[in-house]
Design a protein around this ligand. Sequence first.
Ligand SMILES: Nc1ncnc2c1ncn2[C@@H]1O[C@H](COP(=O)(O)OP(=O)(O)OP(=O)(O)O)[C@@H](O)[C@H]1O
Ligand SMILES: [Mg+2]
Length: 236
Amino acid sequence: MAPDPFQDKFAQWSALVGGLAHELKNPLSTMNLNLQLLREDWAEERGPLGHRSIRKIDVMLQESERLEQMLSDFLRLTSPAPLDLKSVDPSNLIEDVFGFMNSELLKNNINVEMQLDRNLDPILADENLLRQALLNLVKNAIDAIGDNHGSISVFTREVEDAIHIEIIDTGCGMSDETLEQIFTYYFSTKSTGTGLGLPMVQRLAVQHGGEIRCESSLGRGTKFTLVLPRNGSNSE
Ligand SMILES: Nc1ncnc2c1ncn2[C@@H]1O[C@H](COP(=O)(O)OP(=O)(O)OP(=O)(O)O)[C@@H](O)[C@H]1O
Ligand SMILES: [Mg+2]
């Protein structure tokens, strides 16, 4: 078969941009490390100048961490490593993820209801990727609820040879126009969002031979269903 010139160009482009993203990570982590050291130095200065400087350093630290996260997400999407499939207990992992987000959930007065099917067999999955995907879904739910004291419900169930993980929030919901674009790279309605969270979740689902579904109603809330085959079959 003749080589596809578009595929060829796309591969070259990905390699180039992926390489650049990779190169950016080193100077960025050096900057980050030095900012942390600078922060320690200024922490000894008790006067107003010390306070003002620490505040500015914190802003720079926050932004450099955001850039690091963005580059890591980007690299994960453009050059995904092969899946590291292990036996994973979905209930344990979900509890872990919510435990990790506990302070944020408490801070936002979010009520969490879990109905996890304890009889679920372990599934074959890449635990780190799955944890990251669940974190993305929970963070989105927290963002969607904002200050409105809502709730997040999590259900797991077995449907044929797959498990379904449902994450339902009572947040702001989405318009049909937004809903159509949520899996597009870099689509975000948030001022500080990168728009890589849901494409990452979708990529994980597809890599595991599953899918991610979303239903949403503006002003009422959103339900994401992550469908994962129990045997983690890799469709790529
Ligand atoms: N639970 C939700 N409720 C309402 N809108 C949502 C929800 N989850 C996602 N969205 C919409 O989908 C968009 C894309 O989500 P995605 O997670 O990909 O990016 P993000 O959250 O904006 O940024 P980040 O890359 O930091 O995750 C969001 O900006 C938001 O508009
Ligand atoms: Mg997100």
